[in-house]
Design a binder for this molecule. Structure first.
Ligand SMILES: [Fe+2]
Length: 297
């Protein structure tokens, strides 16, 4: 490429950046100008043919078209390209006393079925019985009563309810409230490692990249308490074969836990359990809402 052609390419980038210079919102201006600079640099590096560029446009079009109330392909793309965890790291990566975070993923449902502590979110599904309990605390150590604990997970085949073609299908999700001592507890079944949906654009991108689509088995949590930052995380099953190659890069060591094989458990509250089950105890620590405000300000 001649020097004149190269400088013309950069002149075009400069012209678009300059056209955004008067955007009234400074954050919009900064974001759009960075987007144009990086997008143009990407195109200059890759030097797509017109056919390749049309393929890229078609890919994004199909990504939008496959989305509906139960399918979120853009989140899958963001997750599998590591962008979701990068955003997570930027926003929550400062460390500290609170529980580590990870991706929300595409299967969260706002306002899940309300449950009472001790309820079974498996509701008769086949699988290995799992009892989960824990305490939600503030960074200072005090327990948090009345915190909202949303949980959701796959079944024993690695499937989520949202993947069934039935709008009324809901299983393995629920909303709990911590009791006066900050405790929550529920019955479920063991989750299984699973491939993210591969029948759409995100799946074809993984195949083209020679990547497997699997996530290690986990239970999702989203916990909210007044005066604290909401916590979005998972607890992963120790020993899972995909812990080191999670397709969405979401595993952190502190989130891997032993789902113990037991025949007897004395729960934090309620009668003892005397039958074979798996047992998970995991306590969560929420960061103070003011910590975030201070960091941002
Ligand atoms: Fe998941």
């Amino acid at each position: 490429m001649s020097q004149i052609a190269a400088s013309e390419e950069h002149r075009l980038t400069d012209a678009v950046v300059a056209r955004i210079a008067d955007a009234p919102d400074p954050r919009v201006r900064e974001t759009l100008q960075a987007l144009v600079r990086h997008l143009h640099a990407f195109v200059r590096e890759v030097r797509p043919t017109e056919a390749e560029w049309a393929t890229a446009i078609d890919f994004l079009t199909r990504t939008g078209q496959i989305c509906d109330d139960r399918r979120q392909e853009f989140i899958l793309l963001s997750d599998t390209l590591g962008v979701s965890m990068l955003v997570d790291e930027i926003n929550y990566g400062r460390g500290g006393a609170s529980t580590e975070t990870t991706v929300l993923g595409p299967f969260y449902v706002a306002n899940p079925p309300v449950c009472a502590n001790g309820d079974d979110i498996g509701r008769g599904l086949a699988g290995e019985a799992l009892f989960v309990e824990g305490v939600v605390r503030a960074a200072g150590g005090s327990s948090l009563a009345n915190a909202i604990v949303d949980v959701w997970q796959s079944d024993d085949q690695g499937r989520y309810d949202l993947q069934f073609d039935d709008p009324d299908m809901f299983f393995l999700r629920g909303r709990f409230r911590t009791d006066a001592a900050g405790r929550f507890a529920f019955w479920s079944i063991m989750p299984k490692s699973y491939p993210i949906p591969t029948d759409g654009p995100a799946g074809s991108l993984l195949a083209a990249a020679g990547r497997h689509p699997f996530r290690p088995a986990h239970v999702h949590f989203r916990i909210e308490a007044a005066g604290h930052q909401p916590l979005v995380t998972h607890v992963f099953v120790a020993g899972d074969e995909y812990l080191t190659s999670d397709v969405v890069f979401g595993v952190k060591d502190s989130l891997i836990a032993d789902f113990q094989r037991r025949t007897h458990t004395q729960p934090l509250a309620g009668p003892s359990i005397d039958r074979p089950h798996r047992y998970l105890r995991y306590d969560f620590v929420l960061a103070d809402a003011r910590a975030k405000a201070a960091a941002a300000g």
